[in-house]
Design a binder for this molecule. Structure first.
Ligand code: NAP
Length: 316
């Protein structure tokens, strides 16, 4: 009961900004984007559906060579068919919850052949059922935060980023509901699993990780974190059916959700020293509620934890 009231409060608090109303209101102030991504290589994770699919197709339309990562071969083939320039749309079939598969990605021909200009860490899932991967990780933890961490670190350590490269992390407004914690982030006990709470923790961690990478890498590559607002995608239909049905008229489409990705890639604002998360081309605060500021760990402990989880997964 308390949980339902808290959820209602949370959704009511953000209805105006995260829904299509927020997008439309913000967009009245914008100039049209006319991006030219010619000559760039983009790597988009979770590119077979929703926001990732729209991102892959639009980047391709605006001139980019796009490496599209997904785990469904039919959906990858359809994505290539749908591309305006299919020769510049390179599908790679990979399960992004497998840490071993991720560390092997730099050996893929499409990834090896040219440096990456834009990495969009888009893949993300909110699971209602508890599942473990073959490496013993809770699947949403592996997909939402450990996988993007390992992918980005691996590309950086293997020097696969171009000069002036940009990493765009796709987080979620759901992170406003969690402080930075490692506890229960990788919940391997099915009885204690709470998919929504786990998702919020992963997305909070992504914001913390963005700042940590920027302080270490100093712009090479630059790292930004954004969230798309509430978007009507297959992922939302599956994980939050009641939310999708109730708010359908106010949900964004994938174009609206992905807009800030293209704005960041085109306009290249410097990553903010003070942190924050981009929504509708504007920097928003990292915290909306005081309880999420009270964190017992900092980004260094988060990174130590993720490194230990990755090593364990690879040793399994
Ligand atoms: N939609 C929203 O309202 C919303 C709000 C806030 C944040 N976000 C974030 O935005 C991002 C995209 O969300 P979305 O709504 O577009 O999601 P979506 O509709 O579920 O699409 C996600 C895509 O990722 C793929 N994928 C999932 N797990 C994978 C794995 N292990 N390996 C490879 N591919 C995998 C899915 O492929 P399959 O079909 O094979 O599963 C699908 O193509 C996520 O990070 C999400 O957390 C979304």
């Amino acid at each position: 009961m308390i949980r339902s009231i808290a959820s209602l409060f949370f959704y009511a608090r953000f209805l105006r900004s995260f829904s299509t109303l927020g997008y439309r209101r913000a967009a009245t102030e914008w100039e049209d984007l006319t991006p030219d991504f010619s000559g760039q290589t983009w790597l988009v994770t979770g590119a077979t559906g929703g926001i990732g699919r729209h991102t892959a197709l639009t980047a391709n339309q605006h001139g980019a060579r796009v490496i599209a990562l997904g785990r469904n071969p039919d959906a990858l083939a359809k994505l290539k068919e749908a591309a305006e320039y299919p020769r510049r749309l390179l599908p790679v079939n990979v399960d992004l919850s497998s840490i071993l598969a991720i560390v092997e990605l730099p050996n893929e021909r499409a990834i090896k052949s040219k440096p990456i200009d834009i990495l969009v860490n888009n893949v993300g899932v909110l699971l209602n059922q508890h599942e473990l991967t073959d490496e013993g990780l809770e699947r949403s933890f592996a997909t939402n935060i450990l996988g993007p961490f390992v992918l980005t670190e691996t590309l950086q350590s293997e020097q696969r980023f171009a000069d002036q490269a940009l990493v765009i992390n796709v987080s979620s407004g759901g992170m406003y509901g969690s402080p930075l914690v490692t506890e229960a982030m990788n919940c391997t006990d099915a009885r204690r699993f709470d998919g929504m709470a786990a998702y919020a923790r992963h997305k909070r961690a992504m914001v913390a990780l963005t700042r940590w990478w920027n302080s270490r890498w100093q712009g090479a590559p630059a790292v930004q974190v954004m969230h798309p607002g509430w978007v009507d995608t297959a992922g939302v239909q599956t994980s939050l059916p009641w939310f999708q049905r109730t708010l359908k008229p106010w949900l964004r489409d994938a174009e609206q959700g992905a807009d800030t990705i293209f704005w960041l890639a085109d306009q290249r604002p410097p990553p903010p020293d003070e942190g924050g998360i981009w929504l509708d081309r504007e920097l928003q605060p990292e915290h909306e509620f005081s309880f999420t500021r009270r964190s017992e760990i900092g980004p260094d402990q988060l990174v130590d934890y993720l490194q230990a989880c990755a090593q364990e997964a690879l040793a399994s």
